[in-house]
Design a protein around this ligand. Structure first.
Ligand SMILES: [Mg+2]
Length: 173
């Protein structure tokens, strides 16, 4: 278990994460944070780009699963149905329990699993503690002062992640 707040990789957006990249790092089970990762707060359905991205990964044998801290059960369920994948809500990130439940429940292994999310202090920590690859994306919208302030506090740790451009090309470091 690692308590490191440093993500393994960072991308601009979830749709930049390709199956080639995931295969390249040995990941076949990708867990998704919901709010501000695959949809902004308040959105009821994933946009077409996210649906196409999920379909493309699935076609390449990458399994997807939502691990959301949202306490609104219907919200995570609705996104899961739209994307035709499984989910857990009230996952309690940064606890690793929800992540590990998803990995085990889906018959995956931590070594071939990753969690992608927009927040260091919930998503990255939960992934690192669970022993799965942590992938950070930029929040879709910083639509209030609290989110903006928290994003600022995350800056030092965001800077330490390996930035990845689409297609799996590393930049920096
Ligand atoms: Mg989020």
């Amino acid at each position: 278990m690692s308590f490191s707040p440093v993500p393994s990789y960072s991308f601009g957006a979830v749709t930049d994460i390709s199956h080639e990249f995931l295969r390249g790092i040995g990941v076949t089970f990708l867990m998704l944070d919901l709010d501000n990762t695959i949809a902004p707060y308040g959105a009821d359905t994933p946009d077409d780009g996210v649906v196409r991205w999920a379909d493309a990964l699935r076609a390449e044998g990458i399994r997807l699963f939502i691990v959301s801290n949202s306490r609104k059960r219907g919200r995570a369920e609705q996104f899961a149905k739209s994307l035709r994948i499984g989910y857990i809500n009230a996952a309690g990130k940064p606890s690793p329990a929800g992540v590990l439940a998803a990995v085990r429940g889906c018959g995956a292994a931590t070594g071939s699993s990753a969690l992608v999310g927009d927040q260091i202090y919930t998503d990255t920590l939960a992934a690192n503690r669970a022993g799965v690859t942590s992938i950070l994306v930029k929040p879709l919208r910083l639509n209030n002062a609290f989110l903006a302030a928290r994003y600022g506090l995350e800056a030092p740790f965001r800077a330490l992640a390996k930035p990845v451009l689409d297609g799996g090309q590393y930049i920096g470091r």
